[in-house]
Design a protein around this ligand. Structure first.
Ligand code: ZN
Length: 169
């Protein structure tokens, strides 16, 4: 774990937004809501800065949200943020690579792809069966759409954070 990610400070901030005041009970209240890239210099709730890989985490029970860094979400909350940032980077570098199930779930929830597109993508490409030309082009189209959605959402959420520290709903 990198230096400067203060666990106690992070936990205190998240507990403040949680229903339970016990970390092990409060942690499962939270889910990964969105991920985006922000090139500006900003700090995580743990005090670490700068963070560029931003995670919006949302509390299932009370609807509270927090924007924190990928490292803390991975290390302290064990949500799949690191795998999602990694696969986006991989697909950005090589468009024929595959998105992973966690990223497909997230982007389906965000509305970038439909539930049926997610199901097809998983069915075709997790089995690694021979793909038809049509399936191959559908996969590329979904990859490009997800990256474009991610860029647009990143620009929108980063601008919103600079304006008011909050996300537009
Ligand atoms: Zn942090």
């Amino acid at each position: 774990m990198g230096a400067g990610h203060n666990f106690q400070k992070f936990v205190t901030a998240i507990l403040d937004l949680s229903n339970s005041k016990e970390w092990l009970e409060a942690k499962p209240e939270w889910e990964l809501h969105a991920v985006y890239h922000d090139a500006s210099l900003r700090a995580c709730e743990c005090g670490h800065e700068p963070i560029n890989q931003i995670c919006i985490i949302k509390n299932r029970d009370n609807g509270n949200e927090a924007e924190v860094g990928n490292v803390c979400v991975h290390n302290f909350m064990q949500l799949a943020s690191r795998r999602i940032f990694a696969v986006l980077k991989r697909v950005r570098a090589e468009i024929t690579k595959s998105l992973n199930p966690r990223s497909l779930e997230l982007f389906a929830r965000r509305g970038a792809i439909s539930e049926s597109e997610m199901a097809e993508y998983l069915a075709y490409w997790q089995k690694r069966s021979n793909m038809t030309d049509e399936q191959r082009s559908q996969k590329l189209e979904i990859n490009r759409r997800v990256l474009e959605f991610w860029d647009q959402e990143s620009a929108r959420l980063a601008a919103a954070f600079r304006t008011n520290g909050l996300k537009p709903r």
